[in-house]
Write a protein that binds this ligand. Structure first.
Ligand code: FES
Length: 240
């Protein structure tokens, strides 16, 4: 059983849980995920790891209440227990001193991006960070990301805060030398970013989050097509 030691609502329907899971915390790296069940007969859902604290033996998960299981998870409180968590799963992000890294995160996936951005900062990179959401009330980790970044931008789909949409990124990637781009969020965000960086030849890493079942390469549910080849997001990714 995995005890919840902290629960916060970061935005409407977006919750953060800090959970005691020392074995997972000891091995978790940015880019990885866990699969959990809220009850013994519940479905398995993947959630990207938003942080780990080896000293406290905890991991942090941030999720959007969009379906039955995430709604059930959102009803749990500090002191409650989660019966099953498996992880860390997937390959860790490549973290090294790349130079200037543009980090783009959308929606609830800004949380796992924070884990990556923290590691990239420690590795000595210059960080240009962009966080986006549908509307300003759904922006999360704004203060934390700003503190870690050399340049920081906000975008919303409706223009209620920062830039309206990601169109402004085109200027940004054309104006300065960027050594690497990482993007995590809705598929449309990943597509927009990749289409901007491809003509410039900037190495761009995106995180894919298809439906997963076992998370260990056995069921085939997470099949994705990458450059014409079939890959399993859980064991070959989730970063591509
Ligand atoms: Fe089953 Fe990836 S989730 S193969």
């Amino acid at each position: 059983m995995y005890k919840i030691v902290e629960k916060r609502e970061l935005a409407p329907k977006i919750k953060l849980l800090e959970i005691v899971a020392p074995d997972i915390a000891a091995k978790a790296n940015p880019g990885q995920f866990v699969i959990l069940r809220v009850s013994e007969i519940g479905e398995r859902i993947p959630i990207n790891i938003a942080n780990s604290d080896i000293k406290k033996g905890t991991i942090t998960l941030v999720f959007n209440e969009v379906g039955k299981t995430t709604n059930q998870l959102g009803l749990l409180n500090k002191g409650d227990q989660i019966p099953n968590i498996v992880g860390p799963l997937g390959n860790p992000s490549e973290i090294q001193r790349f130079g200037t890294v543009l980090c783009v995160g959308g929606g609830v996936m800004i949380a796992p991006l924070f884990f990556q951005v923290s590691a990239l900062r420690k590795a000595g990179n210059k960080l240009i960070t962009v966080i986006g959401a549908r509307i300003k009330d759904l922006l999360i980790y704004e203060k934390e990301m700003k503190e870690l970044s050399d340049e920081f931008y906000v975008a919303t789909d409706d223009g209620s805060k920062g830039y309206k949409g990601l169109g402004f990124l085109k200027d940004l990637v054309n104006k300065q030398k960027i050594d690497r781009v990482i993007a995590i969020g809705p598929v449309v965000t990943l597509k927009t970013v990749s289409e901007m960086t491809k003509p410039l030849g900037i190495k761009t890493i995106v995180t894919l989050t298809p439906i997963m079942v076992d998370g260990m390469g056995m069921c085939g549910a997470c099949r994705v097509s990458v450059a014409g080849e079939t890959k399993f997001a859980c064991v070959d990714g989730p970063e591509f």
